[in-house]
Write a protein that binds this ligand. Structure first.
Ligand code: FAD
Length: 435
């Protein structure tokens, strides 16, 4: 980890001297959709305070495009660009480090490296974490799908299994090696299963295998896919699309997974225990509150049933006006869905309120406008539900999704311009004009 290489960054020791003793700085924890876009907005609008953004990763993860990275359609630099590149030319100081403790009373943040920082303003933008509902073996044996590293691990493991399968005579073992189980049929599970159902057969065929042997099994506790999700208007389209892939996705619905083993899943369906043998198992079934957020000194009465703290309409923690928070790590009443669309808009509001605060002006309430939903339903198939009015499917739906997300990518070459346009124009308005 060489922070000294970054032109606008300071070395650890310099940073510690210059920043740690300044109580005037704004510290942003987490460089995801909320944190990164909050920091960029502050920088674009000449915020007077010093901005320190801390993330444990050296790369921003553009999660909506992880499927394209998994199947090799897009490169890691596009989907997971380095913060060093994204923040080049801004006055944001980036520190790659892991936050270990947040002391709201002392206004202090402790990091894995041993460094600690005090702040005038804090932005909590740590996202959520994977929730396993106590399912035995799930954390140990199932892949997660949240980062570029996860996507690479799934691809490499699948390819290794397919390579082995191509040389195995035993049909039962071969069937297990070419079976991929996706647990959870929310949007991530549905999009992942659809992507794999188009791309995995080709991987197997490259080793001389019969692509029709590949199985993608989508297992869900609810009796249908996308239950209770903002994408539910696209459910029928998604169900049809899952059946029309290179190999149809097998749906196992109303099934509660009771244990995950290295190459097997135990579940109960219709009251009967059942087993699925699968060499690749991916868990997309749940999210949970981030442990650092869980450990904050905030009473249960100021949290929702999942333990996420409530924020005020102006996006600060109850009783802590100097701490702003947005995205998946907190909630509001009524709650917003856990979406990048919500997170970046909240990031913008947080930045605007920090600027207002610094000028002694009144803060504004967050007003998230959900402009529709987008689903990737295979290599070149998608569905867009624009403004909850226009449903666009097939290749055009896919094109809208791709254009929308490619335009959102905060790539270094067009970082400031594109990001500012994205923040200010609203992506779906343009998507609608393209219909
Ligand atoms: C596979 C997938 C696909 C998705 N597709 C879509 C989509 O198509 N459309 C959509 O609107 N939403 C989508 N989402 C949801 C969307 O990505 C999230 O709602 C959004 O990322 C939340 O933003 P955030 O800023 O709250 O958290 P995140 O973007 O998760 O950012 C949190 C950041 O905090 C950092 N962090 C966490 N813990 C620590 C620590 N201890 N120390 C330092 N840093 C830390 C992380 O490294 C991360 O960079 C998808 C999510 C996934 C997983």
């Amino acid at each position: 980890m060489s922070h000294c290489m970054k032109p606008n960054a300071l070395c650890f020791s310099e940073l510690n001297d210059e920043v740690n003793h300044s109580n005037q700085q704004t510290v942003i924890l987490g460089g995801g959709f909320t944190g990164l876009f909050s920091a960029l907005y502050l920088s674009h609008h000449n915020y007077s305070g010093r901005i320190l953004m801390i993330d444990r990763s050296e790369r921003f993860v553009f999660k909506p495009l992880l499927y394209e990275f998994l199947n090799g359609q897009m490169e890691s630099n596009q989907v997971c660009p380095r913060y060093q590149q994204l923040l080049h030319g801004t006055d944001i100081t980036f520190l790659q480090d892991t936050v270990q403790h947040i002391d709201l009373t002392e206004r202090k943040v402790e990091l894995g490296s041993g460094l600690h920082y005090t702040y005038r303003h804090l932005v909590l933008a740590l996202g959520g974490t994977v929730g396993y509902f106590g399912t035995p073996g799930a954390a140990e044996y199932a892949f997660t799908f949240c980062s570029g590293a996860d996507a690479l691990a799934i691809r490499q493991h699948t390819i290794q299994c397919f390579q082995r399968a191509s040389q195995v005579e035993d049909p039962q073992l071969r069937r297990k090696l070419v079976t991929i189980a996706v647990l959870g049929a929310g949007p991530t599970g549905v999009e992942l299963a659809a992507t794999l159902a188009d791309s995995a057969p080709g991987f197997y065929a490259r080793f001389g295998g019969d692509h029709r042997e590949v199985r993608i099994v989508l297992i869900n506790r609810s009796p249908d896919i996308l239950s209770g999700d903002v994408n539910d208007r696209l459910r029928d389209t998604a169900r049809t699309a899952l059946q029309e892939r290179v190999i149809p996705v097998e749906l196992v619905l109303g099934a509660t997974v009771t244990a995950v083993h290295p190459d097997r899943i135990d579940y109960i369906q219709d009251g009967q225990p059942a087993v699925l043998e699968a060499a690749t198992i991916v868990w997309t079934a749940g999210t949970a509150v981030h442990p650092l957020i869980k450990n904050l000194s905030i009473p249960e009465t100021d949290r929702d049933q999942h333990g996420r703290p409530f924020v005020t309409p102006t996006l600060h923690l109850l009783n802590y006006p100097e701490v702003f928070a947005g995205g998946d790590c907190v909630t509001q009443s009524p709650p917003e869905p856990a979406l990048a669309q919500v997170a970046y808009q909240q990031g913008k509001t947080i930045a605007q309120n920090l600027i207002a605060f610094s000028k002694g002006e009144p803060l504004q309430a967050s007003q998230v406008s959900l402009r529709g939903t987008l689903l990737k339903l295979g290599m070149e198939e998608g569905a867009a539900d624009v403004f909850n009015r226009h449903k666009v499917t097939g290749k055009l739906g896919y094109a809208i999704r791709q254009l929308t997300y490619l335009e959102m990518l905060p790539l270094p070459a067009h970082n400031l311009k594109v990001t500012a346009e994205w923040l200010e124009d609203g992506i779906f308005q343009r998507a609608q004009h393209k219909i």
